[in-house]
Ligand binder design. Structure first.
Ligand code: URP
Ligand code: ZN
Length: 462
């Protein structure tokens, strides 16, 4: 069946124009003005923005984190994503058992997502120790299963040491693989966490103090230097949260380091560490890195405005406030880290970013749709509106004003970090490969309709 989306205001990463989109066999067939097709079903998009389905390249569905499990599995989490205008995710895997092969978690994640996801999905692999066979497996998995990016951590139990990071990056450069990195200085964080605990400073307000911005900046700096020593290896820095970290990025850019990209997340642009002053509510925002200050928000917005940051993701990793998060009620170090956000991203970024004049609509499309797709080998299938691309399309009514509240959300989690935020602009319809899967905040898709995406090599690796 053909579908014709008519009279909308189409936005891509480079232009905004009035037009129509003709869809046939799950793909965009034609984009133009005054298109007609006798047998097509018409969707009237007058007065609405027509955007590419958004791509969130940093989620943690069904994540096992120590003794806690994120409460969104691949069904609930992708329903939430879809309702928020995200039609593709690339999910970060949990660590597997100590010493496991890279295939272990790849197979586990196919089991978790297959038959459940309602939108198209891919995975990033995870490297939790390094030896010759792990280094060999990276290319094997990229070639066989289209997992062309792997994450490493500079903190947590399965962090890699600098020599291991160097080895991984050298191999990644050779094999055309992107290494995504969680940058925080593990030594200082662990020292501070222990010190606070020993001194009885266990309220949630000590969470951000135990992970200062300079811990991020030092790790970002170290990582960039190691990547440069590995021949400008393909590198993607996840969830940049601070002005200090940003300064290290700007230094590397000024020195013309190549093949690296930077992600921030909605929460680091719009929320601040003041939430931790509330001994109860603060638990909702325990995450790593922690929320920072207004001046960090401002610096990150400026970096988006200036095209210094490449993508905005969510790090969606929800635990219930009424349950798992309460483990931190007496001691923040016991609280599972992570927060929901996959459903809120597009609307919050439109309202706080585009409507408030901090970024343009084309920039929003670039950071939420096109660049994430490009960085992770999905372009031009995903994240753009071009003939031949998948017909993943979002209609957003820029005039609708509403207040963000948990009652309107679809995740299995019991709160949103954005409760009560006034929002301008609301998603009215979401299409995945030409099928309407959300209309007026109602999910109409089907469990298991999401397809696994074997990804190509990233632009960072070419
Ligand atoms: O606090 C966070 N971000 N939890 C998810 C796991 C990670 O560190 O990315
Ligand atoms: Zn994460």
């Amino acid at each position: 069946m053909r579908i014709l989306v008519k009279n909308g205001t189409i936005a891509t990463e480079s232009e905004v124009f009035q037009g129509d989109i003709l869809i046939e066999n799950e793909k965009i067939k034609e984009i133009g003005v005054n298109l007609s097709s006798e047998d097509a079903k018409i969707i009237d998009a007058f007065g609405q923005y027509v955007l590419p389905g958004a791509v969130d390249v940093h989620t943690h569905m069904d994540l096992q984190a120590g003794k806690y499990r994120a409460v969104d599995d691949f069904y609930d989490g992708t329903v939430a994503a879809a309702c928020g205008g995200t039609t593709t995710i690339v999910d970060h895997m949990a660590f597997g058992p100590k010493g496991c092969s890279l295939w272990h978690q790849v197979e586990e994640y196919h089991r978790l997502a297959d038959g459940k996801a309602v939108i198209d999905y891919g995975f990033h692999g995870v490297i939790q120790h390094v030896n010759d066979s792990i280094l060999r497996e990276m290319k094997e998995i990229a070639d066989k299963d289209g997992i062309t990016s792997f994450k490493i951590y500079m903190t947590y139990d399965f962090m890699l040491k600098d020599d291991e990071i160097y080895r991984v990056l050298k191999q990644a450069k050779e094999d055309g693989i992107v290494i995504a990195v969680h940058c925080e200085n593990d030594g200082v964080i662990n020292y501070l966490r222990n010190e606070y605990r020993e001194n009885g400073c266990t309220e949630v307000k000590y969470h951000p103090l135990s992970r200062p911005a300079r811990c991020e900046a030092e790790a970002v700096n170290r990582m960039l230097h190691i990547a440069a020593m590995a021949g400008d290896a393909p590198l993607y820095i996840v969830h940049l949260s601070s002005k200090e970290g940003l300064m290290e990025i700007m230094r590397a850019k000024a020195e013309h380091q190549k093949n690296f990209a930077v992600e921030t997340c909605t929460q680091y642009l719009t929320l601040t560490d003041e939430v931790y002053e509330d001994i109860r509510e603060g638990l909702k925002a325990t995450m790593s890195p922690p929320l920072r200050k207004k001046e960090d928000n401002d610096a990150l917005w400026q970096a988006l405005h200036d095209d210094v940051i490449d993508t905005v993701a969510t790090d969606h990793c929800p635990f219930n406030f009424g349950k798992e998060k309460q483990a931190g009620a007496k001691d923040f170090t016991c609280c599972p880290n992570g927060a929901p956000g996959v459903e809120e991203r597009v609307c919050v970024m439109f309202s706080e970013g585009v409507e408030k004049g901090r970024i343009t609509l084309t920039q929003m499309v670039k950071y939420l749709c096109t660049n994430p797709s490009r960085m992770y080998g999905l372009y031009p299938q995903k994240g753009t509106l071009l003939p031949g691309s998948d017909a993943d399309i979002v209609l957003l009514d820029p005039k609708k004003e509403w207040v963000l509240t948990h009652a309107d959300m679809h995740s299995a989690v019991d709160y949103t970090c954005y409760e009560g935020m006034p929002v301008k602009g609301r998603i009215t319809l979401v299409m995945q490969r030409g099928k309407v899967i959300v209309k007026d905040n109602k999910f109409l898709g089907a469990k298991g309709d999401g397809k696994y995406l074997k990804r190509n090599r990233s632009v960072l690796a070419k």
